[in-house]
Design a binder for this molecule. Structure first.
Ligand SMILES: Nc1ncnc2c1ncn2[C@@H]1O[C@H](COP(=O)(O)OP(=O)(O)OP(=O)(O)O)[C@@H](O)[C@H]1O
Length: 641
């Protein structure tokens, strides 16, 4: 076999054994392909792997293949058959199912897992072909490639990235779900849990172990932060175990999932049962919290007037209101208010006082009572900040209660359910200033509630104030006394903020320190993302079955160097013959590659007969060239370049 001809002139070829055969890649033993669970389970999928003949890429890309009559070894569909509806890995190509007709199968214990992005590799099993339903009768159906279910840029006619240095991307995945049929969301496959072992397994050995092993963990996001963020993702995806009895669609919203307590009792604030549902918008694909007020009939359209003002109010301590509407979809008269969804959140009541709070995904212990003064001031500061913003925009909270303060992160609170009272108890005659004064009194009661478990609405404040005097600083008592004092025009939230004094600065410090920490973590993750992009590029190139009608494309020229480099990075074997799983080696190599260092490494062929001495800079340019070839494959102008 002819030796592959590396293009880079600077590369030296060293033959340690003169009598060795010409330089060539090691023969690849024909490994039996591991079968995924779907392949075992589905006879349809099994036939795909038997004796397959590949659909010609030229037909897929250009619609025709000029080599068809000159012995092109690939499958060419008969005229009139849309090649994009055929599966390219089968001898008797069958039209593929539309993506949403696929069923997702949970992976078996030993099924191949995804390689590091933290998500289990989905295994899709197409339905048994239905000769009636599956004929290519829907010209608008996006073409589907075997192995994945997303349309490619070449299929959609979308140009790839014009920036030579950037990765191309599939614009079909950019999250603009407008125009998608809403019923496609209904067919949500059951969700796989994340590959948590990718994070929690012990880290591999590092070549030069530091004195402390703690720096090993600095490769990744800290465990506690990761768990919180993953719990939020899980909360967004979690599906109820059984039927919910809820409508499949509610306007543009679908996939309604109840949140909070399963039993819907009248709300302690609004008097009506007011369940909350998580729902997905068919317009923007985002997830929202839908608050339904059961049994409410709107009699005065003007009651919706305040909703517009609430919609415009955006504040970090207020749950944003998006829209409100009435509906009969629940077989009653219901008012629905759509709020921003804060996954895996709870209320101050459930976090500190409720005896039986609904479970959360992130299984951290409840804070309970008593609330430390530092945390108490954090709550006071944030709630005062929210009230100030609301009063400044000419509104009132009207219904400040522990159950309506949402805890969305560590000591991070937001006022929830804003605007509901303005519709439920529409009152154009009472001046807003009166409602604002009521807010201040409610705020004072809320602080008493947070400091004394035994406080009951209507109770004389002397008992709770005594308790506060004994357990908290005088400043807490002073602010409570101010807030619950008799309403008067001069009393405002500004005075309460003034009373908090320097405590506000503590909050500012804490926030800024937290931002610093998060920015540090973000910087680390950017580096990880950079390496993943590099690996994706390598993955596109390495072991590609055929390209440009050359079945050995990935084994020749520059690509051969990349193959050996991949072996060098990932497939090293130690002196004991065991695989070397050294994360720091991998990270070091990839970072040097990305930086394009002049440092040279020796790549050894698989048969140990030849080796290449090559610099990272040269390997990097090999990647650019090979990747550029792939990117230009779908570009009809490439011949003119
Ligand atoms: N905007 C939101 N985003 C995410 N989750 C929310 C949101 N609003 C409410 N929830 C969830 O719904 C749960 C119930 O909220 P709700 O305001 O109904 O509290 P509650 O204690 O049941 O009060 P009520 O007595 O008024 O029914 C909360 O614990 C929270 O988990």
């Amino acid at each position: 076999m002819a030796a592959p001809a590396p293009r880079s002139a600077a590369i030296q070829i060293v033959r340690p054994n003169a009598s060795a055969p010409a330089f060539k890649p090691a023969a690849q033993p024909q490994q039996p392909q591991p079968q995924s669970q779907s392949q075992v389970a589905s006879p349809v999928t099994k036939t795909r792997t038997d004796n397959t003949q590949r659909l010609c890429r030229n037909v897929l890309i250009y619609g025709t293949c000029k080599y068809q009559d000159q012995g092109c070894p690939f499958y060419h569909p008969p005229p009139g058959v849309d090649p994009t509806l055929l599966e390219s890995g089968t001898q008797n190509p069958t039209p593929l199912q539309a993506p949403l007709a696929a069923t997702q199968v949970p992976p078996a214990q030993d099924a191949p897992r995804s390689a590091g992005l933290g998500v289990a590799a989905p295994v899709f099993v197409p339905k048994t072909p239905n000769p009636v339903a599956d004929v290519p009768s829907q010209p608008s159906t996006p073409s589907v490639h075997p192995g994945h279910l997303w349309p490619q840029a070449s299929d959609t006619g979308l140009p790839g990235s014009t920036d030579g240095s950037a990765m191309g991307y599939d614009e079909g995945m950019l999250g603009n779900h407008q125009g998608m049929e809403s019923n496609m969301y209904m067919q949500q496959p059951s969700r796989h849990t994340l590959d948590y072992h990718l994070y929690t397994s012990p880290l591999p050995h590092v070549s030069n172990p530091p004195i402390s092993t703690a720096p090993l963990h600095s490769f990744f996001i800290p465990d506690d932060l990761r768990r919180v963020l993953q719990a939020r993702q899980d909360a967004i995806q979690a599906l109820p175990s059984g039927p919910t009895g809820l409508p499949a669609e509610l306007g543009v919203y679908h996939t309604l999932v109840p949140l909070g307590h399963p039993v819907s009792a009248p709300s302690r604030v609004w008097g009506h049962p007011s369940p909350v549902y998580r729902a997905t918008s068919g317009v923007d694909g985002n997830v929202y919290a839908l608050r339904r007020i059961e049994g409410f009939k709107l009699v005065n359209e003007q009651a919706f007037g305040a909703i517009d003002t609430w919609r415009r109010l955006r504040h970090p301590n207020i749950v944003g209101l998006r829209e409100a509407f009435t509906t009969k979809a629940f077989n009653d008269n219901s008012l629905v208010l759509v709020y921003d969804y804060h996954p895996d959140s709870t209320t101050l009541l459930d976090e500190h006082l409720a005896p039986d709070p609904p479970p959360r995904i992130h299984n951290h212990p409840r804070q309970g009572m008593p609330i430390p003064e530092r945390v108490l001031w954090s709550y006071i500061t944030q709630i005062a900040n929210a009230i100030k913003a609301i009063h400044a925009s000419g509104m009132a909270v009207r219904g400040l209660d522990m159950s309506k303060v949402l805890l969305t992160g560590k000591n991070r609170v937001r006022l929830n359910g804003c605007g509901i009272m303005d519709v439920l108890a529409y009152d154009a005659n009472t001046p807003i200033a009166m409602f604002q004064q009521e807010d201040l009194v409610s705020f004072g009661k809320l602080i008493m509630h947070l400091t004394c478990e035994f406080f009951q609405p209507g109770q004389h404040p002397s008992g709770p104030l005594d308790h506060i005097t004994r357990h908290y600083s005088p400043d807490v008592k002073n602010i409570v006394l101010f807030l619950i004092s008799k309403p008067q025009p001069s009393k405002s939230i500004d005075d309460a903020i003034r009373l908090s004094g320097m405590r506000m600065l503590n909050e500012l410090d804490a926030m800024q320190m937290y931002v610093d920490v998060l920015e540090g973590e973000l910087g680390g993750e950017i580096e990880n993302g950079r390496l993943v992009r590099l690996l994706i590029k390598l993955g596109f190139i390495n072991e590609r079955a055929e390209f440009e009608l050359d079945p050995r494309w990935s084994d020749t020229g520059d690509r051969y160097i990349l193959k050996l480099f991949r072996d060098f990075v990932f497939h090293s074997i130690g002196v004991d013959g065991n695989p070397v799983l050294d994360l720091s080696h991998v990270l070091t190599c990839l970072n040097k590659l990305d930086a394009g260092l002049d440092e040279r490494i020796m790549l050894v062929s698989r048969d140990d007969q030849s080796c290449l001495v090559v610099s990272y800079r040269e390997i990097k340019s090999c990647i650019e060239v090979a990747y550029g070839e792939l990117r230009n494959a779908g570009n009809p102008m490439r011949g003119l370049r």
